[in-house]
Every structure is written in C-alpha cells, then in structure tokens.
Design a protein around this ligand. Structure first.
Ligand code: F6R
Length: 624
C-alpha cells in the first residue's frame, strides 16, 4: 500500500530511488513520483500510472541531478490516480517535498486550517496538507532561529507528527536543509538501510538490498533523520530512541525474476524450497518447536483452552485449514476470524485464549488491529509471519517466521503454503505440550511434513496440462470451485486467485452447500473445479464429493477434478483429471492448492493481463 524510498549518499539519488521504487511497485501502481535536492534546490516529477510513465517523463525532461531524494509509488486512497494527486507533494515555496503511505484521519480539519492561513493546495489528497504544515513549521523556526539550520526538517517533522491522527509513513526532503532526508512512522512500515557513505529509508528492505543488507527497524512514533554519513532517530517528542539493527538474510537475486516470465511463476516454483526452509531447524530436542521469538511461557500455553485465528484473504484461508489440524490434533476449540471483522463483533477473549495472527507482510492493518485488540483484552498472540521485524510480529507475544523469502507478486502463493506449514508446526507443538499427541505421533507427522517439498516438486513437474486447460478456458465468464473438509478452503483460495488475477467471476463453495442455493449457477458447459479428498482418508468424505460431482454433471457442468494419484473411483466423472501425489488428508492442501495457483496465473497470462500487478490491488494493505 504505497511504496516509499528515501536516499542520502554519494550516488545520483534519482537512479537509486527509481530502482527502489521498481522493487516496491508491488505495493501500489496508481502513480509514481520523485523529488531530489541539488545545491539547495528541489526538483520533482510525478506521473499517474505505472512507474514506466515516470521513467519516460524523466527521459523526456532530462535528468534530475542531486544526491538526496525521495520517491513514491501510490495505491490511491484520497483522490483519484491522477498527476496532481501523485506524490511527492510540495509546499507553497516549492522547496519542500513529502511522500506518504497511510491515511491521515484528521486531514479535513488540518486542510481547512492550512487554507485559512493562506496556503494553496492543489490536490485532493490527505498528504498535501503535511507539506504545508511542514512549511509552516520551517517558517516558524526560521522566524526564531534565522535561516534553516541542519536538523530543522527533522524538528518540523516531529512537530507535525504530534498533530497527526491515523496511520502514516512520511518521508520529506527540503532545499533549506539540503543533506537530509527525514522519515517518520506510526502504524505503517519504514526501515532504514545503513550503507557506507550512504543511507536509505524505505517501506521494505527490498528497495535497498542491492546496496546494503544492514537494516534498522524504525519503531512506532519515531522520526529518522538520515544523511549520507549519519542516522539519528528520535521519538516524536525529540528524545533519542533505540532502534534494533539486523542483517537481511536474503540477497537481491531473491527479489528478481531470475528468468521467469512473472514473479508469480517464480514464487510458485520456489514453493518446495520455501516449505523446506520453513521446516528447517524447527524441531528442537524432545520434539519441541523452535519459535523465532518467544515471550510466552510454556505454562501459559498449556492452559490455552481456545484458539482464535485472525487473518485476511489468502492468509485467512490458511487459517481455515489450520482449524481442521488444530482441532483434530490438539482438541482445542478453534475459531477462524476475518481480521477486519474481529474487534467489531466484541469477541470473547480471556487470558487462556491464544490468538494466532497470520500475515505474509506483517503490516496488514486489519490484522494488526486484531492483534492489538487481543492484547488489550489480555489474550496472548502468536504471529505466523513472513517479513522479519514487521509490525505484527513485533507487537505479538511469540513469532514463527515462515521464511518464504520476499514475495513480490501481488497474489500470494509461497507465503500461503509456508503459512500452512507454520500452522501445522504450531498445532503439533500445542498438541505435544497439552498431551493430546505423543512425541512419536508428532514425530511421524513431522516426517510426513519433511516429505512435502518433494511432493510439491512432483506437482510442479506435471503442470503443462493445467496451463493448457487455462488457455482453453480463457474465454469463460465464470468458474466454480468446490471442496470438502480441508479442500473447502482450498476451493476458496482457487477462486480468490482466479478473481484477483483474471477478473473472472470465480466462486468457491463447500461442496455440500451447493444444493442449498449455488447449484442454480450451474448451466451447460460451466467449468467446475472440484478438489477431491483422499479416498484413503475418511471414505465417507470421498463418497459424498463424488455425489456432488454427479449433481453438477447432471446439469451439464464441465468437471475439472483435482484428485490423488490412483483415485480410480473419481476418474469416470472427470472431464479433466489433475492428479496430485498421495499425502495425509490434513496436509493435502499443500499439494492441491498448487494446480489452482498455476491455473489462475496461466489463465490471466492467456488473457494478456498483468499477472504480478492486478488492477486495483496492492500487496501490503496498510489501511483498514
Ligand atoms: C491474495 C492475497 C491477499 C493477502 C491479504 C493478507 O492473493 O495476497 O488476500 O493474503 O491481503 O495479506 P498479509 O498476508 O500480508 O496479511
């Protein structure tokens, strides 16, 4: 949800900033802009549409020289994606530029105030008012101290931030304080990259990983003043602040396409390795799960008597699957909740409720708010997250990182499978701790999990048939997805992928629910994808889904079956049969989700759509 880059160093800022924006474009692609400071003069350019439009404008208008700069790639909230609404926004003097991610909730009052005191505003955004507030603070300080001094922009930022409500990351540059780029954050991400003779600010480390792996976590309500040779961090009140420094453990190649047509195809292909990495070193002596950060005593986990999983979108589907595993292995009641609904329904939370927050980005505002609500109610929170040091794990009591590596495509794939692995591990850990499973039983599931990278590899080896099918169905208007048990959330996930990538009506249903209404959608030729449970598991489940297949076939549907190898009983009813390896029932989503990911990716590609950056979406949703 908006990508931000700031740079101060020895290179030309515009090149570094554009490169960083290219890596952050997954966060939003409604418009892009840059501003640089050169010998005390601010210069900026911005364009509606993708980053390419800005690059072309810069090529036409001549280079912007300067070694300090900011850039922004936008996911529109306030105001349409037009040139005037694009960031950076400048003040009345044209000396100061600011970029923003988030929403400033009291912007209407501040805007009215700015207009009343003579400022001229030219956009519909909430961001522009910040440029004018900063201008007023710079002017007020100049009135007292004479011309701006080094540090003036950071002080102006602190003063302005104290007046803002809502969620924001702000980064500004000013010709009157020429060596500095200043950033601030509240409820929205911002990381500092520490290089040699150069420093960076960015929404995500991907923006500067080509230059340095050294990162600093900017905390809540902090301001960073970044110069080529110095980083100063304070709270909004000006007191020096502590920041955690860490080393990013992946390099630039992980954030590049490496010969694949799309990031999404690369990330689908990376799934076996991502699962293996998530499992690596997780099981310590005595079968104990090794969490990355643990601020939660085992005694308290033994007392957990209810689990609530809060998540959004694909992560919510992972949570739905986790419920089956948790209730089966741990015998602890488990609810799965859309994070955006969680706190508004006044959920019953106690000290013995464990809330599991699942999030790839760790920045999803709905999930972050659910975490805060749970902790306010004194429940414990365990995060299952992919991005190291992001807000959700930082605010949780315990963390299991999924180690999928950077996920750049907007549609989540490897994050989903590794979230599942994370959930299975947590469930097994609780089962062992609470004594609902013996150590050897846990060990045997872990052994089966260890075989999953190879199983996913085999699925990936046989995807030509799925790609062919996707090309064939590219002209369809609607596709239904059906499943039972853990296959039901997989059906929902298959439908979500197709909706978001191919802009088709795609609906997922519990197969047993079909006859209660949705079967009216079935007409001759309608493609219906059915995720079939293993015949080796609960036979009754398999029988029931075969009946559901017959119900849709009787109404003329074209049935595409995803079933286990050797499932001869379903074969006669499949117009197309996609086979996946035999694995234990609860682990089956790890193999059945993969053909549905490939299907959506190939179908969107066949329609000529932008697979990695589907319309209206952004990767990290930092507004509620
Ligand atoms: C769909 C997708 C989204 C995310 C959702 C939560 O492909 O990617 O539905 O799963 O926005 O995001 P995170 O996991 O970052 O909290």
């Amino acid at each position: 949800m908006c990508g931000i880059v700031g740079y101060a160093g020895h290179r030309q800022a515009v090149g570094v900033v554009l490169e960083g924006l290219g890596r952050l474009e997954y966060r939003g692609y409604d418009s892009a802009g840059v501003a640089v400071v050169d010998r005390g003069q601010l210069k900026s350019r911005k364009r509606a549409g993708k980053l390419l439009n800005l690059v072309e404008a810069l090529e036409r208008g001549g280079p912007l020289a300067g070694r300090v700069g900011v850039g922004h790639t936008r996911w529109a909230t306030h105001g349409a994606p037009t040139d005037p609404n694009a960031h950076p926004h400048v003040d009345c003097t044209g000396q100061l530029a600011v970029v923003h991610n988030g929403i400033i909730e009291n912007f209407a009052t501040l805007r009215a105030e700015a207009l009343a005191s003579g400022h001229e505003l030219s956009s519909e955004t909430d961001t522009e008012v910040v440029a004018h507030l900063l201008e007023s603070e710079m002017a007020a300080m100049a009135g007292v101290d004479g011309p701006a001094r080094p540090g003036a922009l950071a002080e102006a930022m602190r003063r302005v931030c104290r007046r803002l409500q809502g969620a924001f990351t702000l980064v500004a540059v000013d010709g009157r304080d020429p060596g500095a780029v200043v950033g601030a954050r509240r409820n929205s991400p911002l990381v500092i990259g520490r290089g040699q003779g150069e420093n960076f600010l960015a929404s995500d480390v991907a923006a500067f990983i080509a230059y340095t792996p050294h990162a600093l976590e900017l905390g809540q309500d902090q301001v960073a003043e970044v110069r080529a040779d110095q980083v100063r961090v304070t709270d909004f009140d000006g007191s020096p602040a502590q920041v955690r420094e860490y080393l990013v453990d992946w390099d630039i190649s992980a954030a590049e396409k490496a010969g694949y047509q799309y990031f999404m195809s690369k990330e689908i292909a990376e799934q076996p390795r991502a699962i293996a990495d998530t499992l690596l070193g997780r099981v310590g002596p005595g079968g104990k799960l090794v969490l990355d950060e643990m601020r939660l005593p085992e005694d308290e986990l033994r007392e957990v008597d209810k689990i609530i999983i809060a998540a959004c979108g694909t992560a919510y589907h992972a949570g739905m699957i986790a419920k089956y595993a948790i209730e089966h292995w741990c015998r602890i009641p488990c609810e799965v909740e859309l994070a955006s609904e969680f706190r508004y329904r006044d959920p019953i939370l106690t000290r013995t409720t464990l809330v599991i927050a699942i999030s790839q980005s760790g920045e999803t505002m709905d999930t972050l708010m659910a975490v805060r609500h749970a902790r306010d109610q004194k429940s414990r929170v365990l995060a299952i997250c992919n991005v190291n040091g992001s807000s959700i794990p930082r605010e949780s009591d315990a963390v299991l990182y999924t180690r999928a590596g950077p996920e750049v495509a907007v549609a989540s794939t490897k994050a989903f499978l590794t979230q599942l692995v994370g959930c299975y591990l947590v469930a097994l850990y609780l089962a062992q701790l609470q004594g609902t499973k013996f150590g050897d039983e846990v060990g045997s599931v872990i052994d089966q999990l260890m075989r999953m990278p190879a199983a996913v590899d085999r699925v990936l080896d046989s995807m030509d048939q799925v790609r062919e099918l996707a090309r064939e169905l590219a002209g369809e208007r609607c596709v239904l997805f059906l499943g039972r048990h853990v296959g039901y959330p997989v059906a929902l996930e298959g439908a979500l992928k197709l909706k978001e990538l191919a802009y088709m009506q795609a609906e997922g249903f519990a197969a047993g629910e079909l006859k209660h209404g949705p079967i009216a959608l079935v007409e001759a030729g309608l493609p219906v994808v059915v995720v079939v449970p293993s015949p080796e598991g609960r036979a009754v489940l398999h029988d029931k889904i075969v009946s559901n297949i017959q119900e849709v076939r009787a109404r003329g549907a074209r049935v595409i079956v995803v079933a286990e190898e050797g499932d001869t009983r379903v074969r006669p009813y499949a117009d197309t049969l996609i086979e996946v390896p035999q694995v234990p029932t609860l682990l089956q989503p790890l193999v059945t989700a993969v053909p549905l990911q490939v299907f959506a990716c190939a179908l969107a590609s066949a329609k000529g759509l932008d697979v990695d950056q589907p319309r209206n979406l952004a990767k990290s949703v930092t507004v509620e």
